[in-house]
Every structure is written in structure tokens, then in C-alpha cells.
Design a protein around this ligand. Structure first.
Ligand SMILES: Cc1cc2nc3c(=O)[nH]c(=O)nc-3n(C[C@H](O)[C@H](O)[C@H](O)COP(=O)(O)OP(=O)(O)OC[C@H]3O[C@@H](n4cnc5c(N)ncnc54)[C@H](O)[C@@H]3O)c2cc1C
Length: 462
């Protein structure tokens, strides 16, 4: 049996893909789906998020984005979503109780799930669209001043060099696409293939799918790794349940330890508490606004007063406004200053936001790494696999991460369709170090993607 420590979008995705592949797996998390994945906006936007120094991240992001439609269709199927517009999974408090949706238990046929429509180049089935709010209508990056426009032109030229599909628009063309944009918007860059999803619905669906596949979920904190005399990781020690001394143990109380063939560490920003990994918390405050009718039809982002703000529309009329980026350690306080900045900047882009009702404000901790790339694959310690450090892109990278871990776990079938990027001519030399850190059986494009995330690139990991 494998034990996955951490039930955020990364750990749950890995567990679900493993269970689907017939592997015995258990998830350990005291509060699944409550970490960064609960806060995330859910942008699947590798193109509009590309930066001059993070081209490897683009390669990973594109590979994962291509996997999202089939990942979502299969998840919707396994979670029992049918594609009807009432297919919103209960995400109250962001935490599903893990109960399978009521119904006849028939996960539906692939054909039903695949009732496909084309959106921005990605084929998205009804169940994924309605149940997970997966959409691929693009991202519009907007600019105000002459400096912003010049920066946008430079970025457009860079993207062009990489062979990325983007379109440079005038201010008027931007407002034609998004009439609620401020009149002061002077130009924009449209990335038509970018997508987004509601991460709370995704984690709720993952929990429902795991329940249906009878994957045990142990609601306890892993307090440490169990090792044998050779140092191999052989399981996890669980924190004893808190309660008055002498309180009798209940039947449902978690065991004190779990033995495992392999432990997959997917504890997000907290991963460093269990192993030597260079992962740090990067705080992000974000808010959800409720709108009687949708204000936007695609993701809009821009840099205002030197800080970057984005707005993501949800299918139910919600508008997500995010996000701050703060290096404050394990601090999840929502502050007046953080919210003020978000609203101030969002209002510059779309003045109508100030009319909207505030639905929810939260702060989450992104698992940051020194090079902003995730850490995925076997660690230097036998028995310990890492799937952490996804920083700003864990939602986007969840399907790819699960495939890479599964490939490592001996089922390479999940890696079969990772290739095909072909057209990013300018990225051809991003193959990474070539040190697969133990994923040595992965070839070609899969091997190069695995190398980019390899724990082996950090000497200090153990
Ligand atoms: C404001 C904000 C906006 C974001 N927007 C986007 C976006 O638009 N697109 C995108 O792709 N990404 C986005 N991200 C990043 C994304 O949320 C993260 O990269 C992703 O959620 C990481 O997932 P995870 O499963 O690794 O971590 P988490 O979701 O944090 O999950 C970690 C889990 O581990 C559990 N855990 C911790 N310690 C232990 C332990 N000792 N034992 C057992 N369990 C433990 C926690 O309870 C938690 O459930 C955003 C993040 C923030 C904060």
C-alpha cells in the first residue's frame, strides 16, 4: 500500500489516479481540501502567466493543460457527475464530507461524459463544464499606460518567439470582448487557449471519487516518517487524536501509525515539517464577489500600481479577485490592507466590482520553491516520493503531477499522451539536467518533464 500525506488537490489527484490504476492507497490529512487548494483561483493559464525567466514552467504547464479535459471528464465520471446544470458538488466550507453523491451509483458512460463541445481549442465535456466549472475561454491581459503597453508589446514578441498563440488587441477590441472593462484600458493581449476551473469543486469531486473507489481517508496529521534501520521510509507516524487524557478511544479514531510500501509527501507548504525539502509558504489573500449576472466572460488580468491583479469568473456568477503575494511564513490572517489592495486594483480594471457583494475572503499558503518549479519524484531516501512545491500552479499542474508520480509508481500508461508539444520551437532546449533522480525509465518528452521537476536538482533533499 502507498500512503499519500496531504489531501490537497495534488495529493487527492495522485490518490485518485493510483486507485483508478488499481493500486492500494490511503490518504492522510486532518483537514482535506482546506489548504492552498481551497484558496486557489483555479486559473489554468500557462500562456498568460509565462515570464521571461520561467520558460520551463511553461513547458510543464502546457503539458498539464492538455491533460485537463480528459482528467476532468474521468473525474466527473468517477465522482458521479452527470453533466446536468445542477451538478454542483457540495463544497460547503470547502470540505466535502467524502460522501458519494446520491444517485444510482452508475458513474455514467464515457460517451455521456464526452458530450463534448469545443472551447478555446480544448474539448470540454458537459460534466466537467457544469460539475467542475472547467472552461477554456482564454485570458485577457490588459494595459493602461504607455509603459504597460510597451511591456505588453515586448511580452507579445517573446510569446511569438516561443510559438505561443496570442493576439495583440487595441483598447477598443478589449472592450468589445469584455464590455465591463474600464475605458482607460489601452490595449491587451489575448491568450485564447488558457482555461480555468473551480478548485473547490475539483477537490470535492476528488473526495467523492475516492469514496466511490473505497480509498481510505485517515483524518489525522502525519507527525513523522517511519524508517527502518537502513533509513528506508516504511510508513508514517500519526499524531494521537487530541482529547482529554484518559478519554476512551473510539472505533473511528485513526491508528497511531500506517505502514506503507511508499510514502508520497504532498503536504503543500507544510511538506518541510516531514522531510528536508526547500518548500516555503507564500501567502496569498483572495476574495470572491457575488454578482447577479456575470461581469466577465473570461479571465482578465493586469498590473495596476505595480501590482498584479486578476479576475476569474465562475459559472455561478461569482467573480474571484486575487491575489496578494506575501512572504510572511505560516500566516493566514486576512488583512484589511490585503483586501484594500485587491479591490483598489480590481476596480481600475473593472469599475463595476465595487457594486458586488463580498461572498468570501481567505488567505492560503502557496508551497514555494527556490526556482518556482515543483518537486516531483523519488527523493534521495528509498520509500519516499515527493509531490510538492507547486507554488502558484498546483491546480494547473495536478494532472501532470499525478501522471509523473504514477509513472514512477510503476504504471507508465498514464504518461503515454504527455508528448505532442512539438510546436514550442523556442523551448527545445529546456530539457533540464537529464538527472531523473530515480525516474530513469521515463523516456522522451516525459523524461524531460520529469527531469525539470526532479528532486535531484536540490542537493539538500533527503
Ligand atoms: C490565493 C491563491 C491563489 C492561487 N491561484 C492559483 C491558480 O489560479 N492556479 C493554480 O494552478 N494554482 C493557484 N494557486 C496555487 C495552488 O493553490 C497550489 O499550488 C496548490 O493548491 C498546492 O496544492 P497542494 O495539494 O500541494 O497543497 P494544499 O492544497 O495546501 O494541500 C496540502 C494538504 O496537506 C495537508 N497537510 C499538511 N501537513 C500535513 C501533515 N503533517 N499530515 C497530513 N496532512 C498534512 C493540509 O491539511 C492540506 O490539506 C493559488 C494559491 C493561492 C494561495
Amino acid at each position: 500500500m502507498d500512503v499519500i500525506v496531504g489531501g490537497g488537490i495534488v495529493g487527492l489527484s495522485i490518490a485518485w489516479r493510483m486507485a483508478r490504476a488499481g493500486r492500494a492507497v490511503t490518504v492522510v490529512d486532518p483537514a482535506p481540501a482546506s489548504g492552498a487548494s481551497y484558496a486557489a483561483a483555479g486559473m489554468l493559464a500557462p500562456v498568460s502567466e509565462v515570464t521571461y525567466t520561467e520558460a520551463p514552467l511553461l513547458r510543464l504547464g502546457m503539458a498539464s493543460l492538455r491533460r485537463w479535459p480528459s482528467f476532468a471528464a474521468e473525474l466527473a465520471q468517477d465522482a458521479g457527475l452527470t453533466g446536468r446544470s445542477d451538478d454542483a458538488l457540495a463544497t460547503a466550507g470547502g470540505i466535502s464530507d467524502g460522501t458519494a453523491r446520491s444517485g444510482d451509483g452508475d458513474p455514467g458512460t464515457t460517451a455521456e461524459v464526452a458530450g463534448l463541445g469545443a472551447f478555446g481549442g480544448l474539448e470540454i465535456g458537459d460534466a466537467a463544464r457544469h460539475g467542475l466549472d472547467l472552461r477554456a475561454d482564454g485570458t485577457l491581459d490588459v494595459a493602461f499606460g504607455a509603459d504597460d503597453l510597451a511591456a505588453l508589446d515586448e511580452l507579445a514578441a517573446f510569446m511569438d518567439k516561443l510559438g505561443l498563440p496570442v493576439e495583440r488587441l487595441t483598447g477598443r477590441e478589449c472592450r468589445r470582448l469584455e464590455p465591463m472593462l474600464a475605458p482607460s484600458v489601452r490595449g491587451g493581449l489575448l491568450a485564447p487557449g488558457d482555461a480555468w476551473v473551480d478548485p473547490r469543486r475539483v477537490t470535492a469531486a476528488l473526495l467523492a471519487a475516492l469514496e466511490r473507489l473505497r480509498v481510505p481517508l485517515v483524518r489525522a496529521r502525519a507527525a513523522g516518517l517511519l524508517r527502518d534501520e537502513d533509513g528506508r521510509v516504511i510508513g508514517v507516524r500519526l499524531e494521537p487524536p487530541t482529547g482529554a487524557p484518559g478519554t476512551p478511544r473510539e472505533e473511528s479514531e485513526p491508528p497511531s501509525e500506517l505502514r506503507a510500501e511508499r510514502v508520497v509527501l504532498a503536504a503543500g507548504a507544510w511538506s518541510g515539517e516531514l522531510a528536508e525539502v526547500p518548500v516555503r509558504p507564500v501567502k496569498g489573500q483572495i476574495m470572491r464577489l457575488r454578482s447577479p449576472q456575470p461581469l466577465l466572460s473570461r479571465c482578465v488580468r493586469g498590473t495596476v500600481h505595480g501590482s498584479y491583479v486578476y479576475l476569474v469568473p465562475r459559472g455561478d456568477g461569482e467573480l474571484v479577485v486575487g491575489a496578494t503575494q506575501e512572504e510572511l511564513g505560516f500566516d493566514t490572517r486576512v488583512t484589511a490592507g490585503g483586501l484594500y489592495e485587491l479591490l483598489r486594483d480590481a476596480r481600475e480594471l473593472v469599475p463595476g466590482v465595487t457594486e458586488l457583494e463580498i461572498a468570501d475572503v481567505v488567505a492560503g499558503l502557496r508551497p514555494g520553491t527556490p526556482d518556482n518549479l515543483p518537486i516531483i519524484g523519488p527523493s534521495g531516501t528509498p520509500g519516499l516520493v515527493l509531490a510538492t512545491g507547486h507554488y502558484r500552479g498546483g491546480v494547473l499542474l495536478a494532472p501532470l503531477t499525478a501522471a509523473l508520480v504514477l509513472g514512477d509508481a510503476g504504471d507508465s500508461s498514464g504518461l503515454g499522451d504527455l508528448g505532442g508539444s512539438g510546436d514550442f520551437g523556442g523551448l527545445g532546449d529546456l530539457g533540464g539536467s537529464g538527472d531523473l533522480g530515480g525516474s530513469g525509465d521515463l523516456g522522451g518528452e516525459e523524461g524531460r518533464l520529469a527531469a525539470l521537476c526532479s528532486p535531484g536538482r536540490f542537493q539538500e533533499i533527503s
